[in-house]
Design a binder for this molecule. Structure first.
Ligand code: PMP
Length: 351
């Protein structure tokens, strides 16, 4: 029985831990938003009808894709909606990275990129960030089969200026450049305005962070007609009905409530500012964050030990045993009350 030899073998992406007793723990490990989704979205969830389950949903998530495109002033034919930005990015890798030359992405970045590359057998090369974890734009002038950059980057939290993004897009006209803007709403500068100028650019965003809807799985990409058409051809070769009806309706409600969305972001940015002060006082180096998380390192105590101690107290943050970042912790910005508990625990741990 040699069937095992025919199974595809892949080292999968490892998501942050989802603890069982969710009500008791403080969960600062997967960059979720600590505040609820827009009230209109919850109301829709409570009023779902039979037809919302019985019928297939529209294949293009029409209502939702129109609402998102309209909000950003983008033509409806230039948007692709998927089941979280992970789904959108996976489809984009499969669609846009089809060269024998390696795709490029930073050595420290979203740890799903190398998994998709391995899964789809896309050759890749990682490009080192500088000593301050910043992207060196000139390093992306080498020959390549495509580029993907998270901006702001994760887990570093650092944003790259828009002119540097433009430099990379402009100087790579023969490949697709994907800018993953999962965290852009917390302080980065979106590349959306560049879409008018560059047909090789794709901008990917999500409802999981700034719109508090990680559980609904909504992500989207904006790109030129040719790229979106190719993305749809790939999607329709796998699963045409990706977006479920409740997600479509709840997503529309969320996008319509701009006031709520802005207020939530403002609260997180305010808490982030205070967190930088508190953690610096406790002896942490805190990287300059444009996201809803902080990337921190302590001069006296090892990140791994702090991580384990916090975990034993029911406070979950993220740690990677990886070169360059093994002495860092990534801490999602929670509510003020959650953050206060974090500072108190850290005070005890650090003695
Ligand atoms: N890109 C980055 C950089 C992320 O950190 C995440 C969250 N894990 C995603 C994309 C995917 O988020 P989602 O699938 O929830 O939209």
């Amino acid at each position: 029985m040699g069937f095992e030899n025919n199974l595809r073998k892949i080292a999968p992406y490892v998501p942050g831990e989802q603890p069982k007793n969710m009500n008791k723990v403080i969960k600062l490990n997967t960059n979720e938003n600590p505040y609820p989704a827009a009230p209109g979205a919850e109301e829709i969830a409570c009023n779902l009808k039979d037809k919302d389950m019985r019928l297939y949903p529209p294949t293009d998530a029409g209502k939702l894709s129109k609402a998102i495109a309209g909000y950003y002033g983008i033509d409806h034919k230039n948007i692709f909606v998927g089941v979280g930005s992970d789904d959108v990015l996976a489809t984009a890798f499969l669609t846009c990275f089809n060269s024998e030359k390696p795709i490029l992405f930073p050595d420290v970045t979203y740890s799903f990129y190398d998994v998709w590359a391995a899964l789809y057998k896309i050759p890749y090369k990682t490009v080192p960030l500088d000593d301050n974890f910043k992207i060196i734009k000139e390093d992306y002038l080498q020959e390549n089969g495509g580029i993907v950059i998270a901006n702001p980057n994760a887990p570093t939290s650092i944003a790259m200026p828009l002119e540097d993004v433009e430099f990379i897009v402009k100087n790579n006209p023969d490949v697709v450049v994907i800018i993953d803007e999962a965290y852009v709403d917390f302080g980065g500068e979106s590349a959306i305005p560049l879409l008018k100028k560059y047909e090789n650019l794709m901008v990917v965003q999500t409802f999981s962070k700034s719109r508090s809807m990680a559980g609904m799985r909504i992500g989207y990409a904006f790109a030129s007609d040719k790229i979106i058409q190719a993305m749809n051809d790939v999607k329709f070769s796998i699963n045409s009905y990706t977006m479920n009806y409740p997600a479509v309706e709840m997503g529309v409600a969320a996008i319509e409530d701009e006031e709520y969305y802005k207020a939530t972001i403002a609260k997180i940015v305010k808490t982030r500012k205070k967190a930088v002060e508190e953690l610096t006082k406790l002896g942490f180096k805190v990287l300059d964050s444009s996201t809803n998380f902080l990337f921190i390192s302590h001069k006296g105590v090892k990140a791994k030990d702090i991580f384990a101690d916090l975990r034993s107290r029911g406070i979950f943050v993220r740690h990677w045993d990886k070169p360059r970042i093994d002495n860092y912790l990534r801490v999602t910005i929670g509510t003020d009350a959650q953050m206060k508990k974090l500072y108190e625990a850290l005070k005890e741990i650090l003695g």
